[in-house]
Design a protein around this ligand. Structure first.
Ligand SMILES: NC(=O)C1=CN([C@@H]2O[C@H](COP(=O)(O)OP(=O)(O)OC[C@H]3O[C@@H](n4cnc5c(N)ncnc54)[C@H](OP(=O)(O)O)[C@@H]3O)[C@@H](O)[C@H]2O)C=CC1
Ligand SMILES: O=C1OC[C@@H](O)[C@H](O)[C@H]1O
Length: 417
């Protein structure tokens, strides 16, 4: 197991180079020499035959030149706009501070470029409403716009969802953390004007899980408690929070995140409790019924490539229908993993066959799965999973709900139009 982990992580961070296709290459330009760019796009592109990272621009040209040299990027432009103006560039990766996502995504779309936009897509639902409804996205052959919700493309998350019975989910708890040593107070993530805050950085993953698990949107954020540095500078940005949402039918979804976690990284966790359901069993006499109560847990819903496990616990009871008396009771516990879709099929469980033939290798990071889908979309090929504009808009509505409830207020909305 340790060898498999080491070998997987080694290849994930240093994937085998593939030869680039002669035709039909998608050339990306990156806006900003951002920390996340190597992980989110430069490394995945090494292994994608149809993608070349062609250009980068930074506010300071020297910084862009150093970044380009380090990552083998052929072109350096003087400004973000110069990348949009370059006819050789097909797609833009936007890893800017959240407050700049809206403006540069709109500019990119208007320049006719495809856009891979870092999460969270924008600062507020008001911005999302405009961005995802741009007229340029509605015409024939519109540019592709994707919020880079990478974890949703990983097989582990999709396999986990295959055990969820959306309509009968009663309660969900999600938690995630970042060790304190990984976050710096002066990071853009704690800068209110730049759309900072723990819910924007990490909580959005928890919120996304809740929306996927319930298969619907929250009606209300019933509570949201936050902590800030309370230093008079970063007071509008949460460093940790606990939020609770009411979903249709009264089901409860919880999200808990800290950006100042302990020394060791703890995998994120989503724990789902279902209501009891009656399951058909033709072997039973007509006087009896079989009921199941399922708890399903995904350990590692953000960085599944590092490690993850799906635990499914089914408590069964056979009862006499007439008086409810118990005939038999038992529990079945099963665990699954899905580093690739092939593994998602082979590890079994209900609905496993649906993943048959889907692409990927056990060492593909969520970012690599995401890039596969992005390219397929640009090429007009089918994609197994996607994050639609409507989905991203609903995600921002949930973030707005929580920030309003917390008392920290909405993140600033851009005046760019
Ligand atoms: N998908 C994932 O796993 C992760 C996603 N993210 C997301 O990626 C985005 C960037 O995060 P991260 O890479 O950590 O951040 P960085 O601070 O490393 O990068 C932000 C970039 O924005 C540019 N920038 C432009 N204007 C400003 C400004 N006024 N102040 C500061 N920077 C500016 C800088 O570019 P320049 O080089 O031009 O100076 C910088 O390179 C965020 O939206 C974040 O939520 C972050 C971490 C993980
Ligand atoms: O977006 C993110 O995803 C992964 C986390 O580890 C990171 O800190 C966060 O900002």
């Amino acid at each position: 197991m340790v060898f498999a982990l080491l070998s997987r992580v080694y290849s994930a961070f240093g994937p085998p180079k593939v030869e680039k296709q002669k035709d039909g290459i998608i050339r990306f330009g990156i806006l900003g020499a951002a920390q996340i760019a190597p992980l989110a796009i430069i490394t995945p592109a090494i292994n994608h035959p149809e993608v070349i990272i062609q250009a980068v621009a930074a506010r300071d040209r020297k910084r862009a030149e150093e970044f380009a040299k380090k990552h083998g990027i052929p072109d350096v432009h003087d400004s973000y706009q110069a990348i949009l103006d370059d006819p050789n560039i097909d797609a833009i990766f936007i890893p800017l501070p959240n407050s700049l996502h809206f403006e540069w995504a709109v500019r990119s779309i208007r320049a006719g470029k495809h856009v891979l936009l870092e999460k969270p897509s924008v600062n507020t639902a008001a911005e999302a409403e405009i961005l995802f409804n741009l007229p340029e996205l509605k015409g024939p052959n519109p540019p592709v716009l994707l919020e880079a919700f990478h974890n949703r493309f990983h097989p582990a998350l999709q396999k986990f969802l295959s055990f969820i019975d959306h309509e009968n989910v009663a309660h969900v708890h999600t938690d995630s953390m970042v060790p304190a040593w990984m976050t710096d107070k002066d990071n853009i993530g704690y800068n209110y004007k730049m759309g900072g805050g723990g819910m924007m950085m990490m909580g959005t993953y928890n919120f996304g899980m809740l929306r996927l698990i319930f298969g619907t949107e929250p009606q209300e954020c019933t509570s949201c408690t936050v902590n800030t540095f309370e230093d008079g500078v970063h007071d509008q940005c949460d460093i940790d929070f606990k939020a609770q949402f009411r979903f249709p039918g009264g089901a409860i979804g919880e999200a808990e995140t800290t950006m100042r976690g302990g020394l060791l990284w703890k995998p994120s966790e989503a724990r789902v409790t279902h209501r009891e359901v009656i399951v058909p069993d033709s072997a039973l006499p007509a006087s009896q019924e079989k009921a199941r109560t399922r708890t399903a847990t995904l350990h590692g819903f953000i960085h599944a490539v590092m490690w993850h496990r799906i635990d499914v616990r089914d408590e069964y009871v056979i009862r006499n229908k007439k008086d409810g008396s118990v005939v038999r009771k038992w529990t079945e516990n099963n665990s699954y993993k899905a580093y690739s879709f092939k593994e998602a099929v082979e590890s079994g469980g209900e609905n496993a066959e649906q993943f048959k033939g889907f692409p990927g290798e056990v060492w593909w990071m969520s970012y690599r799965y995401q890039l596969e889908a992005f390219v397929n979309k640009v090429k007009g090929r089918p994609t197994q999973f996607w994050v639609s504009g409507e989905d991203s808009l609903n995600q921002m509505k949930m973030l707005d709900m929580a920030y309003l409830k917390s008392g920290l207020g909405l993140r600033p909305t851009s005046s760019f139009r």
